[in-house]
Design a protein around this ligand. Structure first.
Ligand code: COA
Ligand code: AMP
Length: 632
């Protein structure tokens, strides 16, 4: 069947479409219903089905003859080492660590926080939780103790799994002091931690609380997969919303397994036995879906890469890994290629490697800017596929479906809605807009399998954030349009979420933190366009009356505050002292106008502004501080 027919079928007869897809996974018990709604109106897929995600990702392949195939390659320029695991070996490691977790009291339904660098043990910990029916919540290693503590308090884990350190380029970052601090800050600290000892860094262990990974795994009895219900949670992944409290996106087991398996062939056109590499981090949704779960569910070899696109050791790092491990499909964020292009504009490193196996390059996580697309299209002879998705959906909403019917690429568009996603553009009143006109991008409910059914223990916030603005639709938070040919163009967020080097962050949260500084009366944090990172946050700060602080001293304190509260990953490096902020007559800060002033000339004065002179003051501050287009 061709794309148009398949998409139509998936929207008009979701039960038939997703019922068929569900038959392709090895359930312990078949689902009783394909999709159903509960009394609160939430949709659930595959009610009554019983399965185990770790069984599907590992044991199933051992049973069906892939036991000796490489399941996971760890490639670490950071440590100068490599290691390979077959499906049998990975299954055994996962079973042993699951046994160790069980020995610490972890059972079905318990939460486990995973705060790890890009080492195989991160994937092993995730799969071990899945094996027990426990719920993992991975926290990105670049987050500060405060962010970790917020997640601990929401997830109330029984155990936290971490390592002695992470490695950023050549810098060793001790993790254990961060963990200790987070446990101190938390109101509900887990009683136990498991720490992976890495040779690069030792740490203090608290007897009776901190357990050594190797020691407890050595003596553990391997655990078998525990059957769970399709709707039992597999994981919680916290993502930035508009406030300081991140949203705990919930993923259930059944829909996730069906959707991810479907995506591998139909979106990524990859076959079992081939090598699939997503250069991301397990702390993000791309890492969950396309480093750990989808490739393994599909019987592919996955790669855990502990390195960077550049300087590990050079801008040829990605090409080297692709060539050495014979990668067929590669997926990363555009920012990674912007970093490579900056250091190696003529792609000289690429010429050193044989990339014959590489069929397609996939990009997501942020807007694929035309210069990066053009550069890639120029140096590679394969399709460059942009696709759009979110932590909430767990897999692509809009893509060029390489396994169904590859389409001609239109620059700036992520191509067409993936089967299962009924994407529409609405105006403020909730009416569908004509083709070509911009509006709010929504998805008609139900969302397909694999997407969030709700937020962790917060149905109310789920409803309020996602499905109450337009009745019957999921609000993506992005704006954009659909053209005459059905191509979807994503224009950017309509809320306080920004994307920094492919990392999703909340300017609202940064504003809350800055507003807590004793000298600050009011502030705005705005995502300013950045050539390398896509966007970077910049603060605009009004001091309290009577407070006076040197501009540089204020900036240093605020930068330090954000680093301490959110983490280095926020990339908050500039804070500008201003006298006033541009506002509408009703008092709303015109953040979009500030953003445009930093990157465009001749920005129109909004009709609703209370005092247009303020725009000149902001422009002067941007220019004096070398922000955005005024960078020196
Ligand atoms: N643990 C600890 N610290 C981390 C970290 C981690 N896992 N990840 C990032 N950081 C720190 C960095 O060390 C840096 O700290 P610094 O301010 O002290 O130097 C800070 O967070 C900002 O990091 P980053 O934005 O990544 O900038 P960078 O200059 O270190 O690297 C790139 C730039 C483009 C090479 C890098 O951002 C990159 O590889 N991006 C790809 C992103 C990606 O894969 N996204 C996933 C979505 S698909
Ligand atoms: P995250 O939840 O971290 O994956 O971030 C999701 C957000 O990143 C989306 O809502 C978009 O704003 C942005 N995004 C992701 N992929 C793309 C893409 N291909 N094009 C444009 N924006 C994207």
């Amino acid at each position: 069947m061709r794309y148009a027919e398949l998409h139509k079928l998936s929207i008009e007869h979701p039960e038939k479409f997703w019922g068929e897809q569900a038959k392709l996974i090895d359930w312990f018990e078949e689902p009783k219903e394909v999709v159903s709604q509960d009394e609160q109106g939430l949709y659930w897929w595959y009610k009554g089905g019983k399965l185990n995600t770790s069984y599907l990702a590992l044991d199933y392949h051992v049973k069906t003859g892939r036991g000796d195939q490489t399941a996971l390659i760890y490639d670490s320029p950071a440590t100068g080492s490599q290691k390979k695991y077959t499906f049998s070996q990975l299954r055994d490691e996962v079973a042993s660590f699951a046994g160790a977790l069980r020995g610490l009291g972890v059972e079905k339904g318990d939460r486990v926080i995973v705060y790890m660098p890009m080492v195989p043990e991160a994937a092993i910990a995730m799969l071990a939780c899945a094996r027990l029916g426990a719920v993992h919540s991975v926290v990105f290693g670049g987050f500060a103790p405060n962010e970790l503590a917020i997640r601990i308090d929401d997830a109330t884990p029984k155990v936290l799994v971490s390592a002695t350190c992470g490695i950023e380029f050549d810098k060793v970052i001790p993790y254990k002091p961060l963990v200790d601090k987070a446990l101190e800050l938390s109101n509900t600290p887990p009683e136990k931690t498991v720490i992976l000892a890495r040779p690069q860094q030792s740490c203090e262990m608290q007897s009776g609380r901190d357990y050594d990974w190797e020691e407890i795994t050595k003596s553990a009895s391997p655990a078998d997969p525990v059957p769970v219900d399709a709707n039992d949670p597999l994981y919680i992944l916290y993502t930035s919303g508009t406030t300081g409290k991140p949203k705990g996106v919930l993923r259930d087991n059944g829909g996730h397994a069906v959707a991810l398996r479907y995506s591998m062939k139909n979106i990524y056109n990859i076959n079992p036995g081939e090598v699939y590499w997503a250069a991301s981090d397990v702390g993000w949704v791309v890492g969950h879906s396309y480093i750990v779960y989808a490739p393994l569910l599909h019987g592919c070899t996955t790669i855990m890469y502990e390195g960077k696109p550049v300087r590990t050791p050079d801008a040829g790092a990605f090409w080297r890994v692709m060539s050495e491990h014979k990668v067929s499909a590669f997926f990363t964020a555009p920012t990674a290629f912007r970093a490579i292009k900056k250091e190696d504009p003529e792609a000289k490193f690429k010429a050193k490697y044989d990339l014959n196996m590489l069929r397609t390059l996939y990009l997501a996580g942020e807007r694929l800017d035309p210069p990066t697309y053009d550069w890639l299209a120029d140096i590679l002879d394969i399709p460059i596929v942009d696709h759009w998705w979110q932590t909430e959906t767990g897999w692509a909403i809009v893509a060029n479906l390489m396994g169904i019917e590859p389409r001609l690429v239109k620059s700036g568009s992520a191509t067409v809605p993936v089967p299962g996603f009924n994407v529409q553009i609405l105006d403020e009143e909730g009416n569908e807009v004509p083709r070509g006109e911009s509006g709010s991008i929504v998805i008609k409910l139900p969302l397909p399998p694999g997407c969030l059914p709700t937020l962790w223990q917060d149905n109310e916030r789920y409803v309020e954030s996602y499905v109450s603005t337009y009745k019957g639709y999921y609000l993506t938070g992005d704006s954009g349009y659909i053209d005459e040919d059905g191509y979807v163009f994503i224009m950017g967020r309509i809320d306080d979420v920004i994307n920094v080097a492919g990392h999703r962050l909340s300017t609202g949260e940064m504003e809350e933190i800055i507003a807590g500084h004793e000298s600050v009366a009011e502030c705005a944090v705005v995502g300013i366009d950045d050539e390398l990172k896509g966007q970077v946050p910049v603060g605009f700060v009004i001091l309290k009356d009577g407070m006076d602080m040197d501009d540089k001293a204020l900036e240093t304190e605020l930068v330090q505050l954000i680093r301490a509260e959110i983490g280095a990953v926020a990339c908050f490096r500039q804070a500008l002292k201003v006298k006033r902020l541009p506002k509408t007559r009703s008092g709303k800060i015109l953040r979009k106008t500030i953003r445009r002033l930093a990157s465009e000339d001749n920005v129109p004065t909004p009709a609703t502004i209370d005092d247009p002179v303020i725009l000149d003051e902001i422009k002067d501050a941007l220019s004096a501080n070398g922000v955005g287009q005024f960078a020196k």
